[in-house]
Design a protein around this ligand. Structure first.
Ligand code: ME8
Length: 514
């Protein structure tokens, strides 16, 4: 049954520009959103930027500009990068927007009114890069942050505290009743471990900086950056200002997040929602890291790759394909340019590109450039390829449903390889024009039609190009909402035949590693 699907990404800090790691998360969220549109779900996909806090203020200072100027400039680099990569987000939320201020203040006021906040003094080791306090036992030698390996700082402040310690039992019960809420299982166990080890109250405001959202009942304080940032997920859907819109999308959300921010998303955020009197988020999808030489790609390790430059080099679709195919959601993976080119050559150039090129060439030479329809065998049954296609469509649906798009792509390539093998076995280029050549060409065209729909969430431009070369340009788009849904167009036999097939330039010319 088509439903509703609300997809989010972490909102990225604007202390620096986007890199391939943040692009990975955003591309995965984009692909998931596109898949859900394709199966007919009403879909809303939001990403954005996290713009308050000390880290941002220091980045602005070290660049000699005001905080406002810095966040405007850097946030627009994210907007531009996602545009250049062709991402399909429906909204882009910034935590410095008026709509976000209003939602945060309404949300936190509700927690205050419900009696879950109190005032106290906080002293502790603080990592400005994480924007988080650390217990001494969690630090590396010389008081260094375990994530950034940089020295932490000693902070003493009068803060408002959130009584997180009261929520351990409710969180355990909630996760017990919602076993599929965190994906994958290993991350669920990690979150449950944090909850079981005992939760401490957390300070949620700061007086030392003013670059933040003022606390409505104590305006000397601003909300601590995480407490402001997490609320983006509901301020983007109108919390506090548009009740119907909020109710429409919440709590059936899918938060995609990296494994570095499990504690904030899987422990703090659901507890905050409970404290404010709204349901916790329904789905938390935790992905792994892109590594370079075994280290997380990021600002701290100075090993970032510019995703826009890489997209310009190999093509956005090829980059998306590599990210979704080679980095299973939930696992770490090593990024290498060689790996990208290898994947490009083997799957895109040699298999998909080759299938389209040879079918179009032979339709040109043996069928006067007019695509024949898929054929039936003399006994009336459909071809072997029809059986493979039906099995693959089922597998692809199932794989996306359990957040394993890489397996969906793997299955799709099985179908592509089967069509290439069938062409080689029959060798229509050696046959005289006629029913035998038409049969195998019609089947291969039908495979390409189905493949165009199945790959459209990951290869959106390629899917459109295949569609138009098959002569289907006049009949919608491979990515039209519902195409992969129950009333969709994935049943064998949809290629009409009798339409012109165009050869065009190679979709993916082979590349070498320069
Ligand atoms: O944590 N591989 O922002 P952030 C894969 N503002 N994903 C990566 C990655 C890598 N090497 N590097 C970063 C913040 N990411 C907060 C979030 S949300 C309410 C606030 C992705 O700019 C990954 O999704 O540090 C990670 O969780 C996120 O970027 C952190 O981005």
């Amino acid at each position: 049954m088509p439903g509703r699907y609300y997809q989010t990404t972490p909102i990225y800090y604007v202390n620096d520009a986007p890199h391939l790691g943040t692009a990975y998360a955003t591309v995965c969220a984009d692909a998931l959103s596109r898949w859900h549109r394709l199966i007919g779900d009403e879909t809303w996909f939001v990403t954005g930027t996290d713009e308050h806090g000390l880290k941002i203020l220091r980045a602005a200072e070290s660049n000699g500009v005001s905080a406002r100027e810095w966040v405007d400039r850097t946030s627009s680099r994210f907007v531009e990068a996602w545009k250049a990569l062709g991402l399909s987000n429906d909204d882009f939320i910034r935590t410095t927007e008026e709509r976000h201020f209003r939602s945060v203040q309404t949300f936190m006021q509700a927690i205050y009114d419900n009696g879950h906040l109190y005032k106290g003094t906080y002293e502790g080791w603080y990592c400005v890069s994480c924007e988080a306090y650390y217990n001494e036992e969690d630090l590396l030698d010389h008081n260094r942050c375990p994530v950034h390996e940089k020295p932490v700082e000693w902070f003493t402040e009068e803060n408002w505290f959130f009584a997180l310690s009261k929520f351990g039992e409710r969180l355990s019960e909630w996760y017990g009743a919602h076993p599929g809420a965190i994906f994958p299982e290993t991350r669920r166990n990690e979150a449950l471990g944090i909850i079981r080890s005992g939760l401490k109250d957390i300070s949620i405001t700061r007086t030392s900086i003013s670059w933040g959202i003022p606390v409505p009942w104590d305006p000397e304080h601003v909300f601590y950056v995480w407490y402001d940032a997490l609320v983006n997920y509901i301020s983007a859907i109108g919390f506090g200002s548009d009740h119907d819109r909020f109710e429409k999308w919440w709590p059936a959300v899918h938060h995609l997040l990296g494994k570095d921010i499990i504690r904030f998303h899987c422990v703090w955020w659901p507890a905050m929602c409970m404290a404010a009197g709204i349901d916790p988020p329904a789905h938390l999808l935790v992905h792994g890291f892109l590594l370079v030489g075994g280290r997380k790609m990021g600002k701290t390790a100075f090993n970032q790759v510019d995703p826009v430059e890489l997209g310009e080099d190999v093509g956005n679709d090829a980059l998306r394909y590599y990210l979704v195919r080679d980095f299973a959601i939930g696992h770490d993976g090593e990024f290498t340019y060689e790996g990208l080119i290898e994947r490009y050559n083997s799957d895109l150039a040699n298999n998909l590109g080759n299938l389209l090129a040879r079918v179009a060439t032979v339709v040109g030479s043996k069928a006067a450039g007019i695509g024949p329809p898929p054929q039936r065998r003399p006994d009336g049954s459909a071809s072997r390829l029809a059986e493979t296609a039906a099995a693959v469509v089922g597998e692809v649906r199932e794989a996306w449903g359990r957040f394993a798009p890489h397996e969906g792509l793997e299955a799709t390539w099985r179908l592509i390889r089967a069509a290439n093998a069938e062409l080689e076995a029959v060798a229509p280029w050696k046959l005289d024009p006629g029913p035998e050549a038409d049969a195998v060409l019609g089947d291969a065209l039908e495979v390409l039609r189905i493949v165009a729909v199945l790959v459209s969430p990951v290869l959106p431009d390629t899917a459109e190009e295949i569609w138009s070369r098959l002569g289907l340009g006049g009949s919608g788009s491979p990515a039209a909402p519902g195409n992969a849904g129950p009333e969709g167009i994935l049943d064998w036999g949809g290629y009409p035949g009798g339409v012109p097939v165009t050869k065009g330039r190679p979709l993916f010319p082979r590349r070498s590693v320069e």
